[in-house]
Design a protein around this ligand. Sequence first.
Ligand code: 4AZ
Length: 244
Amino acid sequence: IVGGEVATIQEFPYQVSVQLQGRHICGGAIIGIDTVLTAAHCFEDPWSSADYTVRVGSSEHESGGHVLSLRRVIAHGDYNPQSHDNDLALLILNGQLNFTEHLQPVPLAALADPPTADTRLQVSGWGFQAEESAVSGEVGVSPQLRFVDVDLVESNQCRRAYSQVLPITRRMICAARPGRDSCQGDSGGPLVGYAAEEGPARLYGIVSWGLGCANPNFPGVYTNVAAFRSWIDEQLDARGWDEL
Ligand code: 4AZ
């Protein structure tokens, strides 16, 4: 998270750290009693699901809360690592979560309620606080969860920004604000929005990709969660039958 502030887990109780062999690699969001939504690109490497865990209920990725192993990883079948299209995966946890003030699911945004310029958007994670961290490799991820406010970038504007780079599909949404962005290590984590003054956070996006971090020419690009509501429901329904 670039240009943000330290967050408590009570403020982002759906935030999880996805870990490979005990090291933070990605964020994720709790969406059900045993279900986490994250990015498919977090699972590109040829590791088995036994090598991954998630830490829930803690604002520190290295301590606190609970660590759970994965029963199953369901990456989207049409995920394209070159175009970043369909960049999402469901993680089915081994065991059920006990919801507390530190640990809560976040409701998914609906296609009928797209974000607007007025939607207050926040992205959270343990990722790099500057793009240069990626180059020097010295700073690395933040020990403490951080968050930042961003604004929706209208899709045509985002498409123009990336016109020489990659297509921005309807399955992506873009967000930016000067000096503020998600960055490496925030991937898979939640972009939530508040449609009204009061009212619950909704999960609008999953941190997916972008050229650099807080580059004024290139917004952050997020998987458009609302576009995958039926895919998510289908996976979770099918799972119910499989496991009977
Ligand atoms: C990454 O490398 C990454 N500024 C994540 C988010 C963004 C850029 C890169 C968005 O995982």
